[in-house]
Design a binder for this molecule. Sequence first.
Ligand code: FAD
Length: 390
Amino acid sequence: MVAGLLFARAGVPIVILEKHADFLRDFRGDTVHPSTLEVFHELGLLNALLKLPHTPIDSVGLDLNGRRYAVATMKHLRVAAPFIAMMPQWDLLNFIADCGTRYPTFDLRMSTEATGLAHDAAGRINGVKLADGGFIEARLVIAADGRRSVLRDAAELPLHDLGAPMDVLWFRLQVPSGQAQGEVPLGNITPDGMVIAIPRGDYWQCARIIEKGAFAKMEARGIAAFRDEITRIAPGLAGGVDALHSFDDIKLLSVTLDRLTRWSCPGLLAIGDAAHAMSPVGGVGINLAVQDAVAAANVLAKPLTDGVNPDPLLPRVQARRWSATRRMQMIQRNAHERVISPMLRGELRSAPMAIRLLDTFPPLRRIPGRVIGLGFGRQHVQSPLAKEFQ
Ligand SMILES: Cc1cc2nc3c(=O)[nH]c(=O)nc-3n(C[C@H](O)[C@H](O)[C@H](O)COP(=O)(O)OP(=O)(O)OC[C@H]3O[C@@H](n4cnc5c(N)ncnc54)[C@H](O)[C@@H]3O)c2cc1C
C-alpha cells in the first residue's frame, strides 16, 4: 500500500491487488514506529494520520516473573513523532487507501487475488495471473504479498530459512469496567510462558507465545487450562479471560523468519515480508516493509515515469535494504535464542544480563529505543520530495 501510494504520487500507474474484500485482518501487528511516522511526516500526512485513534508509547518495558524492567526509550529520537503509535493496521491501510484516491494512477482492487506470474515470449515476467482467470499486464510486478508470498514462489527466488522456535496464539480480551487498560504491561513473562497485551481502546489484543507446533497439545489440555495459564502469566488479564469460551476464539499464527538471498529477477521485485519474513520480536516488520517501499519508489519511480527499463535497477533496492534487514533479523534471532527459547523451556528464571543493565542504567535504553524505533539504514522520501498534503 505504501509503495502504491508513493508510485502513484510520482505519476506512475500502479494497480494494487488485495485478495481480501477489506483490511480487517487483526493479526498483522499494531505498531507504527517512529521511522514510519517520519515517512508520513515527510509526505505531509503525519497530522492527519495521528488524528486516527492510537495509543502513543515512548518507552518499552517488560514484566518478568512479576518484576517490571524498563528496556527502551524513544523520547530522545530526533523525529517528528518520537513514539510508537499503537494503531490497528486496518486503520493505517484504510488511511493510505484514502490518500491514494487523490491520485488518478492509484488503482486499488480489493477481492482480487494473484495466483501466479505471466511471462512474455522472452521469458521475462510481464504481469500476474488472477484467481478469476484474468491477467494484469505490468512493466514491473512488486511482490508485497507477505510471508507466504505466492509470487516469490512462482518467481523461484532463492530462500534462506532462519527458523523460528515459536508460534503465536492471537485473541481478544475485553477490559473489565473499572480497570485501567494500562495496568497490564505490554510484555509479561513468567516460567509459565509469555503474553503480550496490546491496548486497543476497550479491549486488549493478546498474543500468547508458544513453542512451534505445540497448539494441538494445548487444545488437548482444554480451554479452562489455557485461561488459567493466561491469568498466571498476566494476572491483570484475569477479569477478561472468561470471554474465551473455546479454541475457536483463538487464532494460531505461524511465525517465520527468512529472507530471499535475491529479491528480484527481470520483471519482478519482492519487498516486505515477501522478501524477508520478520518475527514479531520488536514489532518491527511493518516498518521494514514500509522502508522497502520507500527505497523501491526512490530507486524506480523516476525511471518508470521516464519509460526506462527497470530491470537493471532492481538489485539497487535490495542493496539499499539488505544490511538493515540482515541486522534486524540477527537481533530477532538472538532474542529467539536468548529469551524466547529459554522461556519456552521454562528456564528463564531471571532476566538476561542485557535486560538488567538496561533497567539499571537509563541512558542505555536509548540504544534499543533507536534500533526499535528507527531501525537501520533509514530511507527518506525522494520520489519526489514535495509535501503536497498539508
Ligand atoms: C504473530 C505476528 C505478530 C506481528 N506483530 C507485529 C507488530 O506488532 N508490528 C510489526 O511491525 N510487525 C509485526 N509482525 C510482522 C508483520 O506482520 C510483517 O512483517 C508485516 O505485516 C509485513 O508487511 P507486508 O506488507 O510485507 O505483508 P503483509 O502485512 O502480510 O501484507 C500482505 C498483503 O497481501 C495480501 N495478499 C497475500 N497474498 C495475496 C495474493 N496472492 N493476492 C492478493 N493479495 C494478497 C494479504 O491479504 C495482505 O493484505 C508480526 C508478525 C507475526 C507473525
